[in-house]
Design a protein around this ligand. Structure first.
Ligand code: F6R
Length: 609
C-alpha cells in the first residue's frame, strides 16, 4: 500500500527520501515519485517502475533539495500510470505552488472535483489525491499549516498526507485521519513517514501521530495540533525499527526464505515462555481474563484464518465461546455486543485499516477488553489494544504471509492455554504436556520442510492446472482455506477450499479428471469421515493430493497421491500441515514463473479500506 516520506533539512534530502521509499517497498506499490523544493521551484520525478529506477532518474536529472516529499503508490483511484503517480502538483505545470502525497481514500472526491473544476482547476489524473492538492492550493492563505488544518475539514474518508509549498521553502505540513503517519525528529531537521522503518538509520526519535493530528515540520520544530486545532504534546519514543529487508541468503525468494525460517521464528515467539500465565499478554491481563466469558476475534485474510483455527482450540480446550469475524464485514454489520467479551485482533502488520476500524467499532459498542496478536510492536494495533502478544516472526517481506501465520497460531495456542487455565480447564500435567509439544514445534516443522522435494514433484502437476480444490475438516478446514489462498495469490490458479463434508452439497459438481483436490488428512477423529469424502472425489475421476500423517492408513494409488507428514501432532497439527501447503503454493508459482514475492495487484500492508 502507499507509503509516504517527507523531510525538512539543511542538507540535500534526496538520499533520505529514496532510502525511505526503499524501506517502504515491502508494502507493495506500482509507482513512485519524489518532489523537491529546488531554487524557488517545485520539481519532481515519477516512475511506474521500481524505486531503484526512480533513483537513477533522480540522479540523471541531478535533482537535489533541502525540503521534499516522496511516495510509493498502490493504485486505488486510477491506473498505475505515471500521471497518476504522486507527488501531485497544483497547478500541475511549471508554476506549481503546492506538492502533495497521500495515502488513503477520499470518499467525497467527486463532489470536491466538481467544485474545483468550476473554479478553473484542471485535473490531469484520475486520483482522489489530486483533488486534495488543488483544494490546498485553492484555500492557501500564505500559511500552509493553517491552510492544511482548514482543508482537511473538507475531506471525508481516510488520509495521511504530506504537503509543501513553493512560497514556504523550509516547511512540510502533514496530517492523518485513518491512515498511519509518524514524525521523526532530527537535529535541526525533521521528517514524516508512514512508519518508523522508513526512517531507520536517519532517526529513532519517533512520534506516532493520533487521529486528526496536523503537524508543522520546520527545521527546528515539529508542532502538532489535534483535530480541534489545539496544540498538543505527543510522546517521543525511541524506536529501534527493523532495518528492513534482510538478506536473501541462499534462497531465491523472500517467501521461500520465510517459509524456511519458521522453525526459528516459532522458537523466538515462544522464547521466555516457561509456563502458562496471563502475564504473557501484558500487565493487567489476569484481571481481564477473569472478567471475560467469551472471545471475539477480528482479522483479515491469512490472519483471519489463524483466528478461525484458534476458535477450534479455544472452544475445545478452554471451553470459552469464540466468534471470529472478517474485520471489513464486522465493522459495518449490526451485531449483538457483550461487555464481557475479550476482543482479539490478529494482524501481521498492525496497520490493517479494516482490522483497526473493526477494533474501534467493537470498543464503540462497549467492548473494552482488547488484546492483539501482532508482529509489529510499534504498530497502531499494539498502541490501540490494552493487551498484546508480540509474535517474533521478524520482518516479513514476501507479500504472501507465511511465518507470520504460524507464529500467530503459536501465540493463539498460548492464549487458548491461558484462558483454559483461568477457567480451571488446564491441569498442571496437561499444561506441561502442551508446553512440551510447543517447544518441539521447531523440530517438527523442520521435518515437514524436509518434504520439499516430494512437494516440488506435485507442484509440476499443479502448475499446468487452472483450478484446484482444497479440503479439510475441523481445525484443518481453516488450513485448507489458507492453502487455497496461498495458491491463488501467488500462482494465480483459481483455488477454493471447503470443509470436506460440504463437497456433496455443491462443489462436487466441479470435480473431473482435470481437478486436483488437495486433502489435509491428519490422523484424527475425523479421518474415517474424510476418507469417505475422498472416495466421493475418486469416484468422479478427481485427482487427490493428500497430506496424510505418518500413521494414517492411506496409500498412493491410481489418482491418489500421498505425502506423509513425519509426525501426528494432535491439536497443533494445523501448524505443520500449513507449512506443506505453503511449499506447494511456492513451488507451483515458481513453476509458473510468477513474481512470487510481489504478486500482481496485492500489497503487504493494507492501510486503506
Ligand atoms: C495473505 C496475506 C493477507 C493478510 C491480510 C491481513 O497472504 O498476507 O491476507 O493476512 O491482508 O494483514 P495483517 O495480518 O497485516 O493485518
Amino acid at each position: 500500500m502507499c507509503g509516504i516520506v517527507g523531510a525538512v533539512a539543511q542538507r540535500n534530502i534526496t538520499p533520505v527520501l529514496v532510502e525511505g521509499l526503499k524501506r517502504l517497498e515491502y508494502r507493495g506499490y506500482d509507482s513512485c515519485g519524489v518532489a523537491l523544493h529546488v531554487d524557488g521551484k517545485l520539481q519532481r520525478s515519477r516512475s511506474t517502475s521500481r524505486v531503484v529506477d526512480l533513483e537513477s532518474q533522480i540522479g540523471d536529472a541531478s535533482l537535489q533539495g533541502f525540503t521534499g516529499i516522496a511516495h510509493t503508490r498502490w493504485a486505488t483511484h486510477g491506473a498505475p500510470v505515471s500521471h497518476n503517480a504522486h507527488p501531485h502538483f497544483s497547478p500541475n505545470d511549471e508554476a506549481a505552488r503546492i506538492a502533495l502525497v497521500h495515502n488513503g481514500i477520499i470518499e467525497n472526491h467527486d463532489e470536491l472535483r466538481d467544485e474545483l473544476r468550476a473554479l478553473g482547476y484542471v485535473f490531469t489524473s484520475q486520483t482522489d489525491t489530486e483533488v486534495i492538492c488543488h483544494l490546498v492550493d485553492h484555500m492557501y492563505n500564505g500559511d500552509l499549516f493553517d491552510t492544511v488544518q482548514q482543508a482537511v475539514k473538507r475531506l471525508h474518508g481516510a488520509y495521511a498526507i504530506a504537503v509543501f509549498c513553493r512560497e514556504e521553502p523550509h516547511r512540510v505540513v502533514a496530517a492523518r485521519q485513518g491512515s498511519p503517519l509518524i514524525v521523526g525528529l532530527g537535529e535541526g531537521e525533521n521528517f514524516v513517514a508512514s512508519d518508523a522503518m522508513a526512517l531507520a538509520g536517519t532517526t529513532n526519535q519517533i512520534i506516532y501521530l493520533e487521529e486528526g493530528d496536523v503537524v508543522d515540520l520546520q527545521l527546528a520544530r515539529a508542532w502538532i495540533v489535534d483535530a480541534d486545532g489545539r496544540a498538543v504534546t505527543r510522546e517521543v519514543k525511541t524506536v529501534h525499527a527493523h532495518t528492513g529487508a534482510a538478506e536473501l541468503g541462499p534462497y531465491r525468494h523472500y517467501m521461500q526464505k520465510e517459509i524456511f525460517e519458521q522453525p526459528r521464528v516459532i522458537g523466538d515467539t515462544l522464547e521466555g515462555v516457561t509456563g502458562i500465565t496471563p502475564d504473557l499478554f501484558g500487565e493487567g491481563a489476569a484481571e481481564v481474563f477473569k472478567k471475560v466469558d467469551r472471545v471475539l476475534i477480528l482479522a483479515c485474510g491469512t490472519s483471519y484464518y489463524s483466528g478461525m483455527t484458534a476458535k477450534y482450540w479455544i472452544e475445545s480446550v478452554a471451553k470459552v465461546q469464540c466468534n471470529v469475524e472478517i474485520a471489513s464485514e464486522y465493522r459495518y454489520r449490526d451485531s449483538v455486543p457483550h461487555p464481557n467479551t475479550l476482543v482479539v485482533t490478529i494482524s501481521q502488520s498492525g496497520e490493517t485499516a479494516d482490522t483497526l476500524a473493526a477494533l474501534k467499532h467493537a470498543r464503540s459498542l462497549g467492548m473494552l477488553h482488547t488484546l492483539t496478536i501482532c508482529n509489529v510492536s510499534t504498530s497502531a494495533m499494539v498502541r490501540e489494544c490494552a493487551l498484546a502478544y508480540i509474535t517474533r516472526a521478524g520482518v516479513e517481506v514476501g507479500v504472501a504471509s507465511t511465518k507470520a501465520f504460524t507464529t500467530q497460531l503459536a501465540a493463539l495456542f498460548l492464549l487458548t492455554l491461558t484462558l483454559a487455565q483461568v477457567n480451571d480447564k488446564l491441569s498442571p500435567d496437561a499444561e506441561a504436556e502442551f508446553l512440551k509439544e510447543m517447544r518441539h514445534l521447531p523440530v517438527a516443522i523442520a521435518a515437514v520442510l524436509a518434504l520439499e522435494p516430494q512437494i516440488m514433484a506435485w507442484a509440476d502437476d499443479f502448475a499446468r492446472k487452472e483450478n484446484a480444490l482444497f479440503l479439510g475438516r475441523g481445525m484443518h478446514y481453516p488450513i485448507a482455506l489458507e492453502g487455497a489462498l496461498k495458491l491463488k495469490e501467488i500462482s494465480y490458479i483459481h483455488a477454493e477450499a471447503y470443509p470436506a463434508g460440504e463437497l456433496k452439497h455443491g462443489p462436487l459438481a466441479l470435480v473431473t479428471e482435470e481437478m486436483p483436490v488437495v486433502t489435509i488428512a491428519p490422523n484424527d477423529a475425523l479421518l474415517e469421515k474424510l476418507k469417505s469424502n475422498m472416495q466421493e472425489v475418486r469416484a468422479r475421476g478427481g485427482q487427490l493430493y493428500v497430506f496424510a500423517d505418518v500413521d494414517s492408513r492411506i496409500t498412493s494409488g491410481e489418482g491418489l497421491h500421498v505425502i506423509r507428514l513425519p509426525e501426528h501432532y494432535g491439536l497443533l497439527s494445523p501448524i505443520l500441515h500449513v507449512v506443506a501447503l505453503q511449499l506447494l503454493a511456492y513451488h507451483t508459482a515458481l513453476a509458473r514463473g510468477t513474481d512470487v514475492d510481489k504478486p500482481r495487484n496485492l500489497a503487504k500492508s493494507v492501510t486503506v479500506e
